[in-house]
Design a protein around this ligand. Structure first.
Ligand code: UTP
Length: 224
């Protein structure tokens, strides 16, 4: 099967070399049986650098370019951790990523174009390579009905539809304070392609496998 991971930048950047190796080993193991693509986010460096550049008066477009740079630095760290299991190249395009795919190898990429986030890159890459599933490995353990930190009645959803995800991302349906796990463009792409998607806590290594093959405690997004 073909799996595309959207990996939050903060999930990698906080790890030491040993822990990065363990994370990479889990991806390698999956790549022995499946074609794996990983799109890495910008995490803390992106936020920090964009914040400073914005304060210095940089344009939003320029801030996006800084963000893309951060995603590539984080991608390079994962490539280093994967060693022989990854092509030593971070593609700048979807076609470039597809061309790098080989049995047993994990293709890693970051951002490609301003005005979006790596969630959208993952969704578009998943369309392009006709992925069986997108796994959003992020800093939350699933999609909630409201913000669990401020609303004690918030409940985690085990399942939701593509349409519900798109509505949540567009901010039209859910109560204030709720958080969408993906950006609106990514949600729209996932909706139009109806690609099965899992939202899982990325810091748990076992969720890489479970997000793809089942058994996780996050949220599954399927056609309604
Ligand atoms: P992320 O995908 O990490 O954004 O890209 P995020 O959702 O803010 O971060 P996480 O999920 O918490 O880690 C970081 C920034 O890089 C730029 C955007 O400015 C984005 O906010 N970016 C990324 C682009 O402009 N285009 C891309 O294709 C990807």
């Amino acid at each position: 099967m073909i799996f595309v991971y959207s990996l939050g930048g903060s999930i990698l950047a906080g790890r030491d070399a040993e822990s990065l190796k363990e994370y990479a080993a889990a991806l390698k193991e999956l790549a022995a049986e499946h074609q794996i693509f990983v799109v890495v986010g910008g995490g803390k460096i992106a936020r920090e650098y964009i914040g400073k550049a914005r304060a210095l008066g940089a344009s939003e477009m320029f801030c996006d370019m800084i963000g893309i740079g951060a995603t590539k630095i984080n991608s390079a760290l994962l490539v280093a951790a994967l060693g022989d299991a990854a092509p030593q190249e971070i593609p700048d395009s979807y076609a470039g990523a597809a061309h790098l795919a080989r049995p047993g190898k994990v293709v890693v990429m970051g951002g490609v174009a301003p005005g979006q986030t790596t969630d959208a890159v993952s969704a578009l890459l998943a369309e392009y390579v006709r992925a069986d599933k997108i796994i959003v490995a992020t800093s939350v353990d699933g999609v909630y009905t409201a913000d669990p930190e401020t609303d004690p009645s918030a409940k985690k959803l085990a399942r939701m539809t593509h349409q519900e995800l798109a509505r949540m991302a567009a901010g039209t349906e859910m109560k204030a304070g709720s958080r969408s796990p993906v950006d609106p463009l990514a949600a729209k792409i996932i909706e139009r392609s109806r690609i099965p998607t899992a939202i899982v806590l990325g810091s748990k290594i076992e969720n890489l496998r479970k997000g793809a093959l089942g058994g996780h405690t996050g949220t599954e997004i399927r056609s309604g």
